[in-house]
Every structure is written in structure tokens, then in C-alpha cells.
Ligand binder design. Sequence first.
Ligand code: NAD
Ligand code: ZN
Length: 229
Amino acid sequence: MNLVILTGAGISAESGLATFRDLGGIWAQVRLEDVATPEAFAADPARVQGFYDARRAQLRRVAPNPAHHALAQLEREWTRGDVLLVTQNVDDLHERAGSRRLLHMHGELKRARCLSCGADSRWEDDIRPADACPACGAAGRLRPHVVWFGEMPLHMAEIEAALAACDVFVSIGTSGQVWPAAGFVRTIPPAARSIEVNPMTTEVSPAFREHRRGPASLEVPRLVAELLA
Ligand code: NAD
Ligand code: ZN
């Protein structure tokens, strides 16, 4: 029995990282066209770097919550097939909880990508204007390794293959407004179980067979215990 788990900003909300679309979320404070598009970066790189520098620094002040830990436990203890964790999050809370088979489809705050050679490298601190690419040495060519609006998500071939072969698809803390992740539930085999974990109804709720209406920190450990039983 193969599992595919999709997570969104909601799973990190109880760790203290704001979601995008909820009241008080990030998009209530900044306009997305000012910070999360290739055009914004071309027009004002310092502003865009500053936005992501602040979010990268914020990761030092937060920790994984019981939902992240439960998914890491699921990966460690699941023996009846494959488990793939796909996240839209750019934070590092899944890996800090111990998840290893994990694809960041929207990139990672803690990586920088080089506009000269295309390599992405581990990056802990601010990206400064003169910083050199660890791979090719080019200076002043680094950008956040984050997928912006209008750019292609990462690892799509691997994700699509896993979805086509899954028996259980679980979607946790995602609003179903960002594509292509919002459409994943429609690509799983007809006999597969589909479970949405979210305290709210979402645009894609009708496409799921099962719903767990509560906060991820309660519902995910409960669901993981059921799956492992
Ligand atoms: P979103 O902000 O659009 O939606 C968040 C969803 O989480 C909502 O449906 C909300 O009801 C739900 N939610 C809120 N609190 C929850 C809780 N305690 N438990 C479970 N669910 C809860 O987020 P999204 O769908 O992931 O939007 C996609 C974009 O947001 C992605 O591109 C992602 O990169 C980005 N994002 C990432 C982070 C992060 O890395 N932590 C934070 C904000 C946004
Ligand atoms: Zn380079």
C-alpha cells in the first residue's frame, strides 16, 4: 500500500509560521507581485532578497510540531509499501522532524540558486549582493531557491508517478488554490483513498472522500496511528 502525503502552509501554522491566505497571513502584509515573481526580483532584487532573508532567519525561532513528527514516524515505521512526502512549504520543519523521503515542490528557503550555472546550494544566512556561488564561484548571481508565481514547480515527474501508483493520498493544511498541487487529488487511481486534513472547507474538499476537520497537530498524529495500526 503506497502513501503520498501532500503538505501546505497549514501544517507549519502551529509552529508559528504564518500561512499565505488565512487572515493575518503573509499576503495580508505584502503584495505577492512585489516579492514572489521573477519580475519583482528583476525590478528590486534587494527587496525580494530581504523578504526571503527574513523568512529564512525566522526558521531559527520555530520548531517542528506534532504533525511534522508524526509524518516522520510514519515514514520510519511504514513497511507495507512506499511513502512519499511532497511539500509546498519552503521551511525545513519536515527534515528537522526526521522526514527523509521528501520533495520540496516549491523549493527551500535554506538553499540558494545560481543564475549563472543553475546549481542550488545549502544556504543558512542572508543572501548578500556580492556573495559567490559555492558551485561556480560567480559573484552576485544568487537568488532564493524558491519557486515563484509563473515558474515551474520542481520534481513534477517523480510526484506524478507516485500519485499514479498510490493507494492512499493525504492532503494536509493546503488551501487548494495553488496549482498544480490543487489538482493532485484528481490524478490518483479511482480506487485510492483520499483524505483531507484541514480545519476549514477548501475549494478542493469535494474531491476528497474523507475529511478530518481539525488542526494538523491533533489530526495528523491520530491519522498516522490509524494507518500504522
Ligand atoms: P495557504 O496559506 O493557501 O493555505 C493554508 C491552509 O492551511 C488553509 O486551507 C487553512 O485552512 C489551513 N490551516 C490553517 N491552520 C491549520 C492547521 N493548524 N492545521 C491544518 N491546516 C491548517 O497554503 P498553501 O495551500 O500551502 O499555499 C500554497 C503556498 O504557500 C505554497 O506555495 C507554499 O510555498 C506557500 N507557503 C509556505 C509556507 C511555509 O513554508 N511554511 C508558509 C506560507 C506559505
Ligand atoms: Zn554558480
